[in-house]
Design a protein around this ligand. Structure first.
Ligand SMILES: C[S@@+](CC[C@H](N)C(=O)[O-])C[C@H]1O[C@@H](n2cnc3c(N)ncnc32)[C@H](O)[C@@H]1O
Length: 315
């Protein structure tokens, strides 16, 4: 990927998510996405509404095991409107600290407004790309990311994992919710601007994700397929999105015709990508690297077989 292509990819992300920062989804869609991604509705409703932009790939807090017990924990999260940061802030308590990082200025502004309106004193938001974290070496207990790594241009992805490893303390860990590809995506999906901004085109396969993590020095790697039905994102409201990307994340765009002239809904998204929970440890050098790839049992209403036993959920 050339430098120009990399910068173009970053510019596409910034303009798409700048748009999303100023155009909120409805409460109906927000509630639907939040529940489907496995958030506790009571905890979610305690966070400022505008923080939940409905753009997650999953719920990384489910595997983050955050608590006030850890002395002065500090977390770094790619934030969007700040939703996961605020949920994490509650869990780590007043002695903990959460730093949210986003490369879209309007998202940083939105998250800061939400922090002020929600009265959060233990969360700060930074404007930065995650390939260059504005954080000291070995200073963070947990790095959390939700639906961001797929948006990082291919040429920068390995660097992001090296950065995450650099900022983590020994025995610190990274937890990620993201889309991974089940098989190589065809070029027309990779080149489709809607799927690029919609977190699909940049999804890598599990073996590639494993390689990124191992090369960065991580051990105890877990890649868990949540088996969620991603047809959720083809909600009618998301489909009416006026942004070139998609409202609510993955695919949207019912009426949109892609650059290749093909309607987005022609893709059965569940065939190509899955929502994964990823965990990896910054262990000691002598630790043996283990890798586990597994499929989770999920509540029946979220699973792909929920509606009528069909594999893709497209029924
Ligand atoms: C799909 S949204 C997810 C937001 C949030 N994690 C959530 O669950 O609502 C992706 C966010 O990541 C940000 N982003 C994408 N690539 C980034 C990068 N390389 N560095 C920092 N932020 C990035 C975008 O600006 C956007 O706010």
């Amino acid at each position: 990927m050339s430098t120009v292509a990399t910068e173009t990819a970053y510019a596409t992300v910034e303009s798409s998510y700048g748009f999303r920062a100023s155009n909120q989804i409805s409460n109906r869609l927000r509630t639907r996405i939040t529940a489907a991604l496995g958030y506790d509705p009571v905890e979610a409703s305690a966070v400022p509404e505008a923080a939940n932009i409905g753009e997650g790939c999953g719920n990384p807090l489910l595997i983050a095991s955050l608590s006030e017990v850890t002395p002065r924990p500090r977390f770094s999260i790619r934030h969007g409107g700040g939703f996961d940061c605020f949920l994490a802030a509650k869990k780590v308590g007043p002695t903990g600290k959460v730093t949210g990082i986003d490369m879209t200025e309007k998202m940083v502004e939105l998250a800061r407004r939400n922090a002020a309106s929600g009265g959060y004193s233990n969360v700060t938001f930074c404007y930065s790309r995650i390939s260059q974290l504005p954080v000291d070496d070995a200073s963070i207990d947990c790095v959390m990311s939700n639906c961001v790594l797929n948006l990082v241009p291919a040429a920068e992805k390995q660097r992001v994992f090296a950065e995450i490893h650099r900022v983590l303390k020994p025995n610190g860990y990274v937890v990620v919710s993201d889309f991974l590809a089940y098989k190589p995506l065809p070029q027309e999906m990779i080149d489709d601007p809607a799927l690029q901004a919609g977190c699909v085109s940049g999804a890598v396969e599990t073996a590639v994700m494993q390689k990124y993590l191992q090369q960065a020095g991580f051990s105890d790697i877990l890649l868990m397929d949540t088996n969620k039905n991603l047809e959720l994102y083809k909600d009618g409201e998301a489909a009416k999105s006026v942004t070139p990307c998609c409202a609510g994340g993955a695919c949207g765009g019912k009426e949109q015709v892609t650059a290749s002239g093909r309607k987005e809904l022609d893709y059965d998204i569940n065939e190509w990508i899955g929502s994964f929970q990823i965990y990896a440890l910054k262990g000691k050098k002598e630790d043996e690297t283990t890798v586990t790839v597994e499929k989770a049992a999920v509540p029946i209403e979220n699973s792909r077989t929920s509606c009528c036993g069909c594999k893709s959920g497209a029924c």
